[in-house]
Design a protein around this ligand. Structure first.
Ligand code: SF4
Length: 477
């Protein structure tokens, strides 16, 4: 077990509907961008749970109607997963299903438990045998060992003492449960379909099944849904949240609502803020890096009054480069994934807008593509600050040494490394102010190095409430 093993995932849960597993497949399809290495569904017929999991895309694990025949029942939870550290084996595929004193119990997790190493060691010393290498399994063992009277209290005790990020859905004979860590790092929303309750990582999973968004599962809230209705309880006292700003900048779908914000709207504002801070004089066109930067580039184009053009085309049949587990695979995929539209690019001074630069391997090649297509100039604009620090809350960032911003002394050196004519990042303040919420309600630790809570074995921590002072020190270009 390695500290800081990251994984990001998508969750879905639905209670008391016909064809629950079919709806879960649709929901997981909408969440496919959150994880492409494995998919799984557990359905419930009261006290009996049925499970089908597999490596690959949702459509590969559930290719046809027949693949759902073994998932009867009126409630279901589902999971799509991406993992790092080569741990994408079958054992780690979720939802997990175990047998406890509460009968069969299934769980799916999005996030990363930042004190997993210590908790796992404690359990192992007590004789617990682990079946997987995931931090998610720790949660199940802690619940199973609880001596509390009720099912919900056992769940709550299992969650107490966890640090880091967890959005969770559970399924048992007691009903469907959703829970979220006190900081609310990862999104988890509640929806409604003809009077029945649905949970999903992003609201785009509600749209696909005709459900409507009701509200977010609150940070530190646990919701049990069963025949008696809906019961909400606190896992921990209310506190200032630390929603992952990267979800809004890059990761979530623009047609989703997360943290109560429309992703599309926030991304447009990020683009506008960037154009305000770092416009390019005499540029001819604004070109997004498709697809995650489309809307932020639209915002940039509007604010800078530079024509928006689709100068790069993405091949949708190749996975997201950021998601490739191996560096080698990532490099090859960049070439497969993008092509420049020469008729749009040739002779133009191009502003290329992207949401972030992590390793820089993609950006380097995109600038090259644009130059080969005849661009007169390529000016790179990034709608977030330089990524310099690891994420311990469920987003896969490489070692700090692998981050492009850490490999160079100055902005000028980074510009040179990616081969652009100019380069500018959005400031930390500009990024946080593009959201509808109080800027202190977000985690921006991968940009600032200031973490909302202590991280096992790491010194750099700071109270999220100090984000105000951080915002005075944005070091972006
Ligand atoms: S460190 Fe970055 S990616 Fe991780 S939760 Fe915080 S903002 Fe999100």
């Amino acid at each position: 077990m390695e500290s800081g093993i990251g994984e990001y995932c998508g969750l879905f849960g639905i209670h008391d509907v016909e064809h629950a597993a079919s709806l879960a497949v649709l929901g997981l399809n909408a969440l496919q961008h959150r994880g492409q290495e494995s998919a799984g569904i557990v359905s419930s017929e009261g006290s009996v749970l049925h499970r089908r999991i597999g490596l690959g895309l949702v459509g590969e694990v559930f290719p046809d109607h027949e693949s759902l025949q073994l998932l009867p029942g009126r409630s279901a939870i589902g999971h799509v997963r991406y993992s790092t550290h080569g741990a994408s084996d079958y054992r780690n595929t979720q939802p997990f299903r175990v047998v406890t004193k509460d009968g069969e119990l299934a769980m799916a997790h999005n996030g990363n438990i930042s004190n997993a190493r210590q908790l796992r060691a404690e359990l192992e010393r007590a004789g617990v045998i682990f079946q997987t290498t995931t931090d998610s399994e720790i949660i199940l063992h802690r619940m199973a060992r609880s001596q509390c009277e009720s099912f919900v209290d056992r769940l709550k005790e299992g969650l107490s003492g966890l640090q880091g990020a967890y959005s969770l859905v559970f399924l048992s004979r007691e009903g469907l449960v959703a829970a979220r860590d006190p900081f609310g790092y990862r999104p988890l929303a509640m929806g409604e379909l003809e009077g029945r309750t649905v949970f999903a990582s992003e609201s785009c999973a509600f749209d696909i099944i005709g459900a409507s968004y009701v509200r977010d599962v609150e940070p530190g809230e646990l919701i049990l849904v069963n025949g008696e209705g809906l019961q909400s309880q606190r896992i921990a006292p209310q506190r200032r949240p630390a929603h992952c700003i990267f979800e809004l900048v890059y990761f979530s779908r623009p047609d989703s609502k997360i943290f109560g914000e429309n992703v599309d709207k926030t991304r447009r504002k990020l683009g506008k803020a960037l154009a305000f801070e770092a416009d390019v004089d005499d540029a001819d066109i604004t070109v997004p890096v498709p697809d995650s930067s489309n809307t932020s580039a639209l915002g940039f184009s509007r604010r800078s009054e530079t024509k928006f053009e689709l100068g790069l085309i993405r091949n949708h049949y190749v996975g997201r480069t950021f998601i490739a587990p191996e560096q080698k695979g990532r490099t090859e995929r960049v070439k497969l994934k993008f092509n420049a539209v020469e008729g749009v690019i040739r002779g133009r001074r191009v502003v290329l807008v992207d949401d972030s630069i992590v390793r820089g391997t993609t950006m380097n090649k995109l600038v090259d593509l644009l130059r080969k297509a005849g661009a007169a100039e390529v000016h790179v604009r990034i709608t977030s600050p330089p990524v310099r620090y690891p994420c311990y809350y469920g987003m896969d960032f490489p070692d700090p040494e692998e981050l492009l911003a850490n490999q160079h002394e100055s902005l000028e050196e980074i510009r040179d490394a990616i081969g652009a004519d100019s380069l500018a990042y959005l400031s930390l303040e500009g990024m946080l102010r593009a959201t509808e919420k109080d800027p202190r309600d977000f985690c921006s630790a991968c940009f600032s190095g200031c973490y909302p809570e202590p991280v096992e074995g790491i010194d750099a921590t700071i109270d999220n409430g100090k984000a105000d002072s951080l915002m005075d020190h944005g070091d972006a270009g």
